[in-house]
Design a protein around this ligand. Structure first.
Ligand code: GLN
Length: 191
């Protein structure tokens, strides 16, 4: 079991630390040759989606990761990672991996609410801390997409088969529950 963490920009180290605390080996994806590693799951961290999207294209990683996700590789996209996974962005013309059939609104909480934390229910886990940093939310989902978390009526966590998209940052809290949930998903896929 080994999980790849996209390490082009943003909060990738925090995810490596969460995985290490769970005893799960991880490796960083910085260039095409890193994909020679055997990979049972992929984490796309928060950061800046435009920067990560540009680097994914320039490094020739976009198409190959899209194919891997489309053929069943478990993936968890956090915040900018959710934006990269989304099929549609309501306030941006761009599209990146576009494997997750949802419409996401970038920087959806505005400047006033740039950053905030709440406790909320996460389907299959229970109540957990959710931290939002210049976060998007999910405006629309395809029929088969499962809602995992909602805050004030807005969808902030979804699952679509092998793909999880979260508007909040589980890696900045002490709770390892979301990472454990994702690791179990990766284990089910490989077993
Ligand atoms: N606002 C960022 C974007 O649009 C996402 C913020 C984050 O990942 N914390 O890419």
């Amino acid at each position: 079991m080994k999980i790849g963490v996209l390490a082009l920009q943003g909060a990738f180290i925090e995810h490596e630390k969460c995985l290490a605390r769970l005893g799960i080996p991880s490796f960083e994806i910085r260039q095409l040759s890193d994909l020679e590693n055997e990979m049972d799951g992929l984490i796309i961290p928060g950061g800046e989606s435009t920067v990560q999207g540009k680097l994914l294209r320039e490094l020739g990683l976009l198409e190959i990761l899209r194919e891997k996700i489309a053929s069943g590789l478990p993936v968890m996209g956090i915040c900018a990672g959710l934006i990269l996974l989304a099929e549609h962005l309501s306030n941006d013309d761009q599209q990146h991996l576009a494997t997750l059939p949802v419409t996401v609104k970038r920087n959806a909480y505005g400047r006033q609410l740039g950053s905030f934390a709440v406790q909320s229910e996460f389907k299959g886990i229970g109540t957990i801390p959710l931290t939002f940093i210049r976060a998007p939310y999910i405006e629309k989902i395809a029929e088969q997409v499962e809602v995992l978390a909602k805050v004030e009526g807005k969808i902030v966590g979804v699952r679509y088969g092998n793909q999880i998209g979260l508007a909040f940052h589980p890696e900045v809290t002490d709770s390892l529950d979301v990472h454990r949930y994702f690791v179990e998903m990766c284990q089910q896929k490989t077993s």
